[in-house]
Design a protein around this ligand. Structure first.
Ligand SMILES: Nc1nc2c(c(=O)[nH]1)N[C@H]1C(S)=C(S)[C@@H](COP(=O)(O)OP(=O)(O)OC[C@H]3O[C@@H](n4cnc5c(=O)[nH]c(N)nc54)[C@H](O)[C@@H]3O)O[C@H]1N2
Ligand SMILES: Nc1nc2c(c(=O)[nH]1)N[C@H]1C(S)=C(S)[C@@H](COP(=O)(O)OP(=O)(O)OC[C@H]3O[C@@H](n4cnc5c(=O)[nH]c(N)nc54)[C@H](O)[C@@H]3O)O[C@H]1N2
Ligand code: SF4
Ligand SMILES: [Mo]
Length: 709
């Protein structure tokens, strides 16, 4: 088995990046006795300039938590008990499971399910193993639950999945449109930058927030459009129609740099403000005012996140946002653009390195024969080795397990028994697999508990690697301390399994740097060309924004500054967004709508933040937010337990009464899983219906019934 090189005892201050959110704050980190002891904001980093949120500042205790997974474990299905095994034994078992499944059922009986928290090198190697060497495109990630709709929309509108903007646009924007994003909680440092811009710009700077809840983000808004859940497309189209009536569109930009306008324009009269009010619950006058604000007080920057993407119309919502930017010429210029926020630290890197069931490294597609040949050549494989078939996406993985089509699942860096919708169904599906391998830094998690083999991963600070933040900034995270026990970096685990499968030569890397070098060579000539980026460069800089081809002297702050787009015509495309009702039907039996999301001090399934006492103070338990009118009708008071039941399942949650939510709508964070002990997993209730184009599930809309317990 590979071993990590020299142990790190005392380290000096090393350069790193926060492993939580896609903001990508720069850190200075120092270890004592091989363990991260001090974490500070990097004062010179262009992203955060000395600021951190509490999660980042409290990384050290999360990493040192007592339940770190130290050794490979195997679990007996008969007794449920686990025992420690050697790495060689564990790796051999994984390889045998894969080989047996491939021999009996073919390569598509194997599925690798990863995460936007893997580093780019890990992502790339998982893909190389699955798509190149096992021969299945069944490699998907939790980014499917997160970014997939934005990816599809960028591709449809611009021809590539390339977010055009940069954080420095914040300091130059006059109007901010924030749609379905609670930036105060989820991208706190960017939110601070918006607030600072608002202070500096005075009356000139305006903020519009579109969210069914009056979040702390909405509290700074000049206009808060409390849209009915799922109704963003009519609202955004309504804004565009009003902007057109007001004469605020950029006719020259539309004529010279876009296509599809006439067709899109012809549907707009259906989105007259009074009709929008009826469809979305947002007052007509607010729609008119917001349209004027957005379109006549540019440059305008639009941020969006899960309130948009996690929807059966997630691609349509994203397209509606992009259309607004295109029609008003808010793209390619300082302070403007449609800016999709990435959630996880390396959600962007996964998109680049080919981590989705449809993609290959360097923004290539498994469906494109030329792309397959290029990647096969790079991997030393004969033509035809990579399957032309799209692989299974996250929700389809669950269905394939139920059918018995997928027999072996290898899960890394994600906790799907808490994060996938309809979790009881996911649990039952995993139980049907012949082999479940889970690679995590902690044990138990809800998902390691059901694994046949549990593999201990080194995590942030214990290994080096790169990631890409929301503004396309590729950064290096240096190794600061040592992994505990026998934990290994994810990429080394992939190499070990690959070797046991007989592919040792193609997976023989002395360090993550060689993996990065192989990957970056595959970006040559692509839109995200990073052939000029080396570990050496990254050690000397706070990261660089792609593209950064060989010979470049600086990164690329902003894309499309020449208004040329990587589409066949060179123009950006107006797509007509469909108006779709959410999949789950609201009926007399299920009369309310459950939204799910996040709180500021918790990260996802709480394997890290849940172990830091200071971070548990603000929200010590799960909860469901209920409007006072609904609470009265249900005869419940704050703190009382209610049962939230959907067509899939139920969760029991303490009530928080607040008028910050629309009547008829309730909100619950999804952070607390079964291990927390409350039996209150929000995702027992949510829906796995997904967007037909992005296959991203509708985590933001479940028809439910509430009952006092
Ligand atoms: N503290 C913290 N920060 C995080 C994370 C975390 O777990 N904790 N996770 C990271 C990740 S991976 C992600 S993806 C991001 C997510 O970041 P966000 O998307 O900002 O967070 P969410 O709370 O999931 O959802 C945002 C808002 O969408 C609203 N919403 C729900 N339905 C609709 C709708 O139909 N239309 C509109 N317009 N809005 C709607 C919700 O009310 C909610 O306020 O956060 C990242 N940052
Ligand atoms: N209802 C509802 N559900 C949601 C969402 C929602 O808004 N509502 N949001 C969705 C979104 S956007 C996302 S991104 C997902 C997130 O959901 P998950 O990905 O399931 O959440 P995490 O807790 O971040 O899981 C990461 C896991 O990796 C482990 N880990 C940490 N570092 C490492 C490492 O270096 N290597 C390895 N191998 N493991 C490591 C952690 O201990 C943890 O178990 O949730 C989705 N689910
Ligand atoms: S804003 Fe995001 S990247 Fe910055 S410290 Fe907080 S969690 Fe980490
Ligand atoms: Mo996410």
């Amino acid at each position: 088995m590979p071993r990590l090189s020299l142990p790190v005892r005392e380290s000096g201050w090393r350069r790193s990046v926060c492993p939580y959110c896609g903001v990508g704050c720069g850190l200075s980190v120092r270890a004592r006795d091989g363990v991260v002891a001090e974490v500070r904001a990097d004062r010179d980093h262009p992203v955060n300039a000395g600021q951190l949120c509490a999660k980042g500042a409290l990384l050290a205790p999360a990493i040192a938590a007592e339940d770190r997974l130290l050794y490979p474990l195997v679990r007996s299905r008969e007794t449920g008990g686990t025992k420690r095994v050697s790495w060689d034994d564990a790796v051999q078992r994984v390889a045998t499971g894969i080989l047996d499944a491939v021999a009996e059922y073919g390569p598509d009986s194997v599925m690798l399910y990863g995460s936007g928290q893997l580093m780019t090198e890990d992502y790339y190697l998982f893909g190389k193993l699955a798509k190149g060497f096992i021969g299945t495109n069944n490699q998907d990630t939790n980014s499917r639950l997160c970014m997939a709709s934005a990816v599809a929309a960028y591709q449809l509108a611009f021809g590539e999945d390339a977010p055009p903007t940069t954080y420095a646009d914040i300091e130059q924007a006059n109007t901010f449109l924030i749609v379905g994003a609670n930036m105060e909680a989820c991208h706190p440092i960017l939110f601070n930058r918006i607030k600072a811009r608002k202070r500096a710009g005075g009356d000139r700077v305006k903020v519009i927030v579109v969210d069914p809840r009056r979040t702390k983000t909405a509290e700074i808004a000049d206009i808060h459009l409390a849209v009915a859940p799922g109704a963003d497309v009519p609202l955004l189209n309504g804004l565009l129609y009003e902007a057109m009536l007001g004469g605020w569109l950029d006719g020259k930009f539309i004529a010279e740099h876009t296509e599809g306008w006439e067709q899109f324009r012809s549907v707009l009269p259906r989105f007259q403000a009074e009709l929008v009010e009826a469809a979305t619950g947002t007052p007509a006058q607010q729609v008119v005012d917001a349209a004027r604000m957005y379109a006549s007080n540019g440059p305008a920057l639009t941020f969006w996140a899960m309130g948009v993407n996690q929807s059966t119309s997630g691609v349509d919502k994203s397209l509606a946002i992009i259309n607004l930017a295109l029609a008003t010429g808010n793209i390619g210029k300082p302070g403007s653009g449609p800016f999709s926020l990435t959630g996880q630290a390396n959600a962007m890197g996964g998109r680049e390195a080919g981590g989705l069931a449809t993609s290959l490294p360097g923004h290539r597609s498994v469906a494109d024969p030329c792309h397959r040949v290029e990647v096969e050549a790079a991997w030393g494989l004969p033509p035809g080795s990579i399957s032309p078939r799209r692989g299974l996406t996250a929700i389809e993985m669950v269905e394939a397990l139920e059918r018995g089509d997928v027999r072996v699942v290898w899960i890394a860096c994600t906790n799907p028994l808490v994060s996938l919708p309809n979790s009881d169904r996911v649990r039952a599906a995993l139980e049907r697999a012949d082999l479940v391998v889970v690679q995590d830094a902690y044990h138990p998690t809800e998902t390691t508990q059901v694994a046949d083999i549990v593999l201990p991963a080194a995590q942030w600070s214990e290994r080096e690697g790169t990631l890409t933040n929301s503004e396309r900034r590729v950064c290096l995270l240096e190794r600061v301390g040592d992994p505990p026990g026998e934990a290994l970096p994810d990429w080394q685990i992939v190499c070990a399994v690959a070797a046991a499968l007989g592919h040792g030569e193609a997976f023989d890397y002395p360090s993550s740097e060689e993996i990065f070098d192989e990957y970056r060579a595959l970006t040559r000539g692509r839109d995200l060309d990073i052939t000029g980026v080396t570990y050496d460069l990254l050690r000397r800089t706070p990261g660089v924004q792609w593209p950064y081809p060989k010979g470049a002297e600086a990164g690329t702050e902003r894309l499309y500054t020449d208004a040329r787009f990587p589409t066949p015509s060179g123009r950006a495309v107006f797509n007509v967004p469909q108006v779709l009702a959410p999949a789950d039907e609201v009926t007399a039996e299920y009369p309310m709508v459950l939204l799910t999301g996040r709180v500021k001090d918790q990260w996802h399934t709480r394997t890290r933040t849940g172990k830091v006492p200071k971070l548990n103070r603000a929200d010590p338990t799960p909860f469901v937010e209920v409007h006072p009118d609904d609470a009265r009708a249900l005869r419940v008071r704050g703190g009382q337990l209610v049962r939230v039941t959907s067509r899939r399942g139920a969760a029991e949650l303490p009530v928080r009464v607040t008028d910050a939510i629309r009547p008829g709508t309730v909100f619950a964070p999804f952070h607390w899983g079964a291990l927390w002990g409350g039996g209150s997993v929000a995702n027992s209730v949510t829906s796995e219906a997904f967007d037909a184009r992005s296959r991203q599930p509708e985590l933001k809309f479940a028809a439910v019934r509430l009952e006092a317990i």
